[in-house]
Design a protein around this ligand. Structure first.
Ligand SMILES: [Zn+2]
Length: 209
């Protein structure tokens, strides 16, 4: 996908200090030679401009550089991701007073629940969706795929499940991948684990009232 490199390099021209092909003063050179020198200088300038444009294009097509991954920054991010996903599970996958948990899509539809109250297997909600799919539903909506507003259209569970499976298989997607700034290795605003833990605590306090 990258354009082919032109058969010259910037280092072969010496643009910084163009060297005249002769040491004789210009007025002593015959007109034909002067014309040739002028033409060569113009060609050099044009080649320089093309080379600069090509380098700028190459730079713009490259993905942003990843931050240097040290083992400590890697384990810090993994620990933050684990805390964040735990908190998000509390927010989106907890059972209500009737012992029922549901993703947002199934919550707005009166369909029979896949699992009886308090009988959902580990990792699943009563609606039949998995916890990962439910968190993915939220991440999709936050990234403009489906609405974030309750009651408005979310991605259909069958499509959502297929998308998640493909992303997991192809890119090793895990919850949080859409919310980390890859250039800095930090969370986008409002997406850090502390904020999610506060949201979970606030919701749990409200439920107990
Ligand atoms: Zn569901």
């Amino acid at each position: 996908m990258y354009p082919q490199q032109q058969p010259y390099s910037s280092s072969s021209f010496g643009y910084a200090s163009p060297v005249s092909p002769t040491h004789a003063p210009m007025h002593m050179i015959d007109p034909a030679a002067q014309a040739q020198i002028s033409q060569l200088q113009q060609e050099l300038q044009a080649a320089h401009a093309r080379n600069n444009a090509l380098q700028a294009q190459n730079r713009s097509m490259q993905p942003p550089p990843l931050p240097p991954q040290t083992s400590s920054s890697h384990s810090r991010l993994n620990e933050e991701r684990r805390r964040r996903t735990d908190a998000r599970n509390r927010v989106f996958c907890s059972t209500n007073r009737n012992g029922i948990s549901s993703c947002a899509w199934h919550l707005t539809r009166n369909k029979p629940k896949e699992h009886a109250p308090r009988q959902a297997p580990s990792g699943f909600l009563n609606c039949g969706c998995s916890q990962k799919e439910t968190l993915f539903e939220d991440s999709l909506a936050r990234n403009g795929i489906g609405s974030v507003t309750a009651g408005e259209e979310r991605v259909h569970p069958i499509i959502r499940r297929a998308m998640l499976a493909k992303l997991e298989q192809r890119y090793g997607y895990v919850d949080g991948d859409f919310e980390i700034d890859l250039r800095t290795g930090t969370w986008f605003q409002g997406q850090d684990p502390n904020t999610w833990e506060q949201t979970a605590q606030g919701q749990e306090r409200a439920r107990r009232r």
